[in-house]
Ligand binder design. Structure first.
Ligand code: UVW
Length: 253
């Protein structure tokens, strides 16, 4: 894209500024050069080019399938995604339902602990809600308590997580929901109780059904205020060819 001036980080004095002074008015500015994994860090939204499934022989890109049946060979090259890049998405704005699993289970859930469809129904009932409140196109979000480890015990946070398994994923598909989310880095249970499976909920929801996923969300204030239904609003950063987006989702209550 067009880029004005020498837009690279040049440290002049500790802390900058990085540009100027310009003109008789002596304007100065700060900017930065960022080189990092960007779509899949922090509070992160999974685009549909993120997760695929290897069919056929391992390494055969013509049999590595992504959403809508696209092959790896078709969708990606050295410059990122040619199809399904996160920049293709419009901002998301939909009703969301927050499921408080901590209230249901009596405390923070543990790594490898699965949230089932029966748990979802029980948690909703405890919140005086029912699954009939949840309509096609809505978002479903899970407060597991695991997010309380963030920056306090990162080793444990990364070691695994509680989350939805295939049973709950099938419930999400049946309800025709648009998005799943949680206070964890994958939303799904890790490790999966079936040790032969790796991130199978990602593949089931994203690759096979085009259902988006939002990870590492903070629900503390919503939970404290017992706000279980709100409007979820998020505009993915339109980074061309990116697999996902960081950024700040908003709950409008
Ligand atoms: C995987 O990549 C499997 O998970 P995440 O969506 O957290 O990046």
């Amino acid at each position: 894209m067009p880029l004005f001036g020498p837009r690279a980080f040049t440290l002049r004095i500790p802390g900058g500024p990085t540009g100027g002074p310009f003109g008789d008015n002596k304007l100065v500015y700060h900017d930065e050069f960022l080189s990092t994994e960007i779509g899949q860090t922090g509070t992160q939204f999974d685009g549909l080019g993120h997760i695929g499934i290897q069919l056929g022989k391992d390494g055969d890109k013509s049999e590595m399938r992504f959403y809508n049946g696209h092959t790896a060979a078709e969708i990606s090259d050295a410059y990122g995604l040619k199809k399904l890049g996160v920049e293709k998405l419009k901002p998301l704005f939909t009703r969301a339902h927050l499921v408080d699993m901590v209230a249901l289970k009596g405390g923070m859930m543990d790594a490898g602990q699965e949230i089932t469809s029966a748990d979802i129904k029980a948690a909703l009932a405890k919140q005086n809600m029912s699954e009939s409140d949840i309509k096609p196109g809505d978002a479903i979000m899970f407060h597991t308590g695991w997010g309380s480890l963030w920056m306090k015990n990162n080793d444990r946070f990364n070691s695994g997580e509680p989350g939805i398994g295939l049973d709950a994923a099938r419930w999400v598909i049946e309800k025709d929901l648009a998005l799943t989310a949680a206070d964890t880095w994958a939303v799904e249970v890790v490790p999966n109780p079936d040790k032969s499976l790796a991130f199978v909920v990602h593949a089931e929801l994203q690759t096979k059904h085009g259902i988006h996923n939002h990870e590492n969300l903070i629900f503390d204030e919503l939970i404290a205020d017992k706000k279980y239904q709100f409007v979820y609003c998020f505009a993915p950063a339109p980074i061309k060819g990116a697999t996902g987006s960081n950024g700040c989702p908003i709950a409008i209550t």
